[in-house]
Design a protein around this ligand. Structure first.
Ligand code: HAM
Length: 430
């Protein structure tokens, strides 16, 4: 048998505990805002029928044409590792007739997504998103709520140097008339565009605005924009979304060139970007998908949502390096003599039962090494079981932050009824 090392797959990565602490903090911050905005958590499977995404996200999107992890299972079914969450939420909404029970369904989710893209800073093949979806309302106020939730989350994570770009990309009828003008404009220039743009011109011309190549961008400067082809109704809808945002003080920039990479979008679309992120500068993106429920077999129902990538959120956060937090309450038990191992084990068990974090050495380390370990553990207290004190039934309580030491009766800790009492016993004040 070969002992060769096996590595994580290209484009995937391990999130080690120090970084994982920040992930947990992010999810807690998101869940707090989800609660404030009254969104319930939803879990959907990580893999789905391939057709869900090809129909939902659209045959002309990059995600479907080049990036999906699709495979056959043992039963010959074609399955796809989800590249995003919206199609799954809508599938679940239809499957569980959620709309019949509730006029408006508001949910959020978090978890891994998979896209076979070329990995680079802020771009992975397995990445993590959190997202919000609201299915059932066409009111401009729900657009504003969704944008506000997205904005609040990003701000609550201390990300301040952001810009919110907003656009309306209309409905298929408007796109048809725009497409005519756009095609007339592009046709004489088409040979000067990159290969991707030439392909997009045939499949989904609007996506040409997403090209990052300078030459293509320059060629598009004078191109007709979908925003200028909106019907009065959709122009009014967009205007009202802006009024709601103005009213609650959320600043945005109208970006008539903003288009989204997935085909289901209609009307309002937005992206939040940070200069800190380089070429992958989108922290989050979202918009309306007013035709998706119907496309996936449900009754015509409008929807709106957004998703953000956790890796990109972290890149944009003011975090310099990952260090385990010094826990403000918790104990590392140092065993001065192997005779006290059982007492020590009893102590951590008791302390943990009180809901207080506690740990101990499991490697038979020396006293000095255990003290070092106690310091590294991040716990603010250590309890040292040494012969001198133990002969009097006592142990040393050491504050690791300021090195102050006092003696405590081991029995008192074991007898303490609740964490409050234990706190008092060891002089801990909240
Ligand atoms: P998206 O713009 O494709 O939208 O992705 C949303 C966010 O996921 C991006 O802004 C980015 O932060 C992150 N992301 C996307 N691809 C990668 C990648 N390869 N590596 C790291 N991060 C990535 C959606 O997924 C829509 N489902 C959003 C939505 C929800 N629209 C309506 N509801």
């Amino acid at each position: 048998m070969s002992g060769e090392k096996i590595k994580a797959i290209y484009g995937t990565r391990d999130i080690l505990p120090a970084e994982a602490d920040i992930w947990t903090e992010i999810i807690i911050a998101v869940s707090k805002i989800a609660e404030e905005y009254n969104y319930g958590f939803i879990h959907t499977p990580v893999f789905e029928a391939a057709e869900l995404f090809s129909r939902g996200i659209g045959e002309s999107s990059d995600v479907v044409t080049k990036e999906m992890y699709t495979f056959k299972d043992q039963g010959g079914r074609s399955l796809t590792l989800r590249p995003e969450g919206t199609a799954s939420v809508v599938r679940s909404y239809i499957e569980h007739s959620m709309g019949a029970k509730q006029g408006l369904v508001k949910v959020w989710y978090a978890g891994p997504m998979f896209r076979q893209e070329r990995p680079q800073a802020g771009r992975f093949r397995q990445f993590y998103q959190f997202g919000f979806e609201a299915v059932g309302s066409l009111e401009p106020s729900i657009d504003a709520e969704m944008i506000a939730a997205n904005y609040d989350i990003v701000k609550s994570l201390g990300i301040n140097d952001i810009k919110l770009y907003l656009n309306s990309i209309g409905m298929p009828e408007e796109r048809k008339s725009h497409k005519r003008a756009f095609t007339d404009f592009i046709k004489p220039l088409i040979d000067r565009f990159c290969t991707d743009c030439r392909k997009r011109f045939k499949t989904n011309p609007l996506r040409m605005f997403d090209c990052k190549q300078k030459r293509c961008m320059a060629l598009l400067i004078e191109a007709p924009l979908i925003f200028d082809y909106l019907s009065d109704e959709n122009r009014r809808h967009f205007g009202e979304v802006c009024e709601f945002l103005d009213h609650i003080g959320i600043s945005y920039e109208l970006d008539k060139r903003l288009v989204r990479g997935l085909d289901y979008y209609t009307r309002t679309a937005w992206e939040i970007k940070s200069d800190k992120l380089g070429s992958q500068d989108s922290i989050s993106g979202g918009g309306r998908y007013d035709l998706l429920v119907e496309q996936l077999g449900g009754k015509p129902t409008p929807g709106i949502g957004f998703a953000a990538g956790i890796e990109r959120v972290i890149l944009a956060m003011p975090v310099k390096e990952f260090e385990p937090n010094r826990k403000d309450f918790g104990f590392f038990i140092v065993v001065g003599d192997s005779r006290y191992k059982k007492e020590a084990f009893g102590l951590i068990t008791r302390i943990r039962k009180l809901g207080i974090p506690a740990d101990i050495d499991y490697l038979g380390r020396s006293l000095k090494a255990q003290m070092k370990q106690a310091d590294k553990s991040g716990f603010i207290y250590s309890i040292i079981l040494a012969e001198d004190e133990m002969s009097r039934g006592k142990a040393v309580l050491r504050n690791m932050a300021d090195s102050r030491q006092t003696e405590i009766f081991v029995k008192d800790v074991l007898d303490a009824e609740n964490s409050g009492q234990l706190g008092e016993l060891i002089g801990y004040k909240q």
